[in-house]
Each structure stands twice: as structure tokens, then as C-alpha cells.
Design a protein around this ligand. Structure first.
Ligand code: NAD
Length: 252
């Protein structure tokens, strides 16, 4: 209990899946969480249930970051953690990815993570440090054929994270920056992928839990527990690291 007690933490894309699991675990461990999402209804409902704060945000809009950080500073006076989690995963390979899809995916993942890190560091510097977690994917490590833009964006997030970590260390900012690389985790994003690519409707299975386990798909809390560790002071010697949460998928 209280592993992140009284920390002020922003999570993007927190109305669903991994972001929502992060918010649930971090709140339970004593943080005050600011949940942001493009979906105001789900975001506000979940924030009310968790006694968290909700702020609507489209992470691919640069101005949304200035607005968000100004709100955080005014309401809470500081920022201890940021999880750059919001994402989309359109299925499109090198032959059928349009320029529009390419730009949209890079904007939501890569531009947003850049703006998020830059604006968070500005605020975290005031209170002598903080921890940033960038949600990447095993797609950054192996490349996924049906996900061209997504693989490129997640690879960019991986190396951007290391650049930020080293800068913060060299400047003595007390800010750590790490990336998390989940394999397949049971969220709406993966349920859509399973239906489209494999014809499997996980949630319509007679026993979805047994099927999930049989297919080697993880639970959102498996990732949230890693995020919790990286935002807590337990990981004070960990920066620039790529934390893989994939049950060994990239090893075998
Ligand atoms: N589920 C997995 O297996 C898996 C694996 C590796 C990486 N990831 C990454 O984890 C993150 C969360 O994925 P998830 O599986 O929970 O997906 P999800 O679809 O359940 O949730 C994504 C959330 O992001 C929000 N969002 C989308 N576009 C946005 C925007 N422009 N601005 C703000 N919010 C926006 C959505 O409204 C949604 O609430 C993503 O970055 C994804 O790439 C997921």
C-alpha cells in the first residue's frame, strides 16, 4: 500500500484498457491521478469512480499539452509522474498504409510523447524531479507486419525515451524516463485486432478468461504493476530502460 502516496500523476488515454488499469492501481497505491482522454464520457465516469481528476485531451494537439500542464500546476502545484499511454493501432502494412494513417499514428504516438515529455519536464523541474513512463510495445523490438506505422512509432518512442533519460541524468534534473513494452494484453485494442486478424471474438467466447490464458494474452494489471514500479521511488536507479511485459513472447 501507499507505494506512490500523494504523488501527482497524469495518465493519457486513461478511459480504457491499460490507461484505466494504471489509474486504478496508482489510485489504490495513494497517488492522485489526472486521467486524460479524447473520450469525455468514459473518462469522466471512470475518474468519478476512482476519485481521480479527468481532463479531456486530444494528445495529438500541441496546444492541449500547454492547457493540461497549466491546469495541473494551478490545481496541484506540481507534477511527479506522467504516463504517455494514449494510442491507436490501425491495421495497415507497408503496401496499404495511406499517408493519412501514417501521419495520424505518428502524431498520436510520437508527437504526443514528445510534447508530453517536454511539457512535463518543464513542470517537474520545479519540484526537483519526477518519473516519466512512455508506453511503447514489443512492436518496437520486433516490428509487426500488419502494423507498419504503429511499429515505426513505437520504435521511435523507445529511442526517444533513452535520449530523454540521458539528457535528464546529465543535467542533474532528477527526472527518470523509461519505456514499457507490452506484448498482447486483453484490452479493446487487442480484442479488435484478434477479431480482424484471427476471427476470434475473445469476449464472445464461452469462457473468455480460459481462452485468454490459452492464447497467452496478459491482463491490463500485468502492465499497470510495471508502471506502478517505475513511478514509485523503488525504481530510483532505473532510467533509460525498456521494460518488456510479454510473458517471453520476444524471447521464443
Ligand atoms: N493492449 C495491448 O496489448 C498493447 C500492447 C502494446 C502496447 N500497447 C499500448 O498501450 C496503450 C494503451 O492501449 P490499450 O490497449 O489500452 O488501448 P485502448 O484502445 O483500450 O485504449 C486507448 C485509449 O486511448 C485513447 N485515445 C486514442 N486516441 C487519443 C487521442 N488522440 N488523445 C487522447 N486519447 C486518445 C482512447 O480513447 C482510449 O481510451 C497504447 O499506446 C498501445 O499502443 C497496448
Amino acid at each position: 500500500m501507499d507505494r506512490v502516496k500523494d504523488k501527482i500523476i497524469v495518465i493519457t488515454g486513461a478511459a480504457s484498457g491499460l490507461g484505466l488499469a494504471d489509474a486504478t492501481v496508482l489510485t489504490r497505491e495513494g497517488a492522485h491521478v489526472i486521467m486524460t482522454d479524447i473520450d469525455p464520457e468514459a473518462g469522466q465516469t471512470h475518474a468519478n469512480n476512482l476519485d481521480a481528476t479527468f481532463i479531456q485531451q486530444d494528445v495529438s494537439e500541441e496546444a492541449s499539452w500547454q492547457h493540461l500542464m497549466a491546469e495541473v500546476e494551478t490545481r496541484f502545484g506540481r507534477l511527479d509522474g506522467l504516463v504517455n499511454n494514449a494510442g491507436i493501432a490501425p491495421i495497415a502494412n507497408i503496401e496499404n498504409t495511406s499517408t493519412e494513417i501514417w501521419r495520424r499514428v505518428l502524431s498520436i504516438h510520437l508527437d504526443a510523447t514528445f510534447w508530453g515529455c517536454q511539457s512535463a519536464i518543464k513542470l517537474m523541474k520545479h519540484n526537483g524531479g519526477g518519473s516519466i513512463v512512455n508506453m511503447s510495445s514489443t512492436a518496437a523490438l520486433i516490428g509487426l507486419g500488419p502494423y507498419l506505422a504503429y511499429s515505426a512509432a513505437k520504435g521511435g518512442i523507445r529511442s526517444m525515451t533513452k535520449s530523454i533519460a540521458i539528457h535528464c541524468r546529465m543535467e542533474g534534473l532528477g527526472i527518470r524516463c523509461n519505456s514499457v513494452h507490452p506484448g498482447s494484453i486483453s484490452t479493446p485494442m487487442v480484442h479488435t485486432a484478434l477479431k480482424t486478424l484471427m476471427g476470434t471474438d475473445l469476449m464472445a467466447e464461452e469462457d473468455p478468461e480460459a481462452t485468454r490464458i490459452a492464447m497467452g494474452i496478459g491482463e491490463p494489471e500485468d502492465v499497470a504493476n510495471m508502471v506502478l514500479y517505475l513511478l514509485s521511488d523503488e525504481s530510483k536507479h532505473v532510467t533509460g530502460a525498456e521494460m518488456v511485459v510479454d510473458n517471453g513472447d520476444t524471447v521464443i
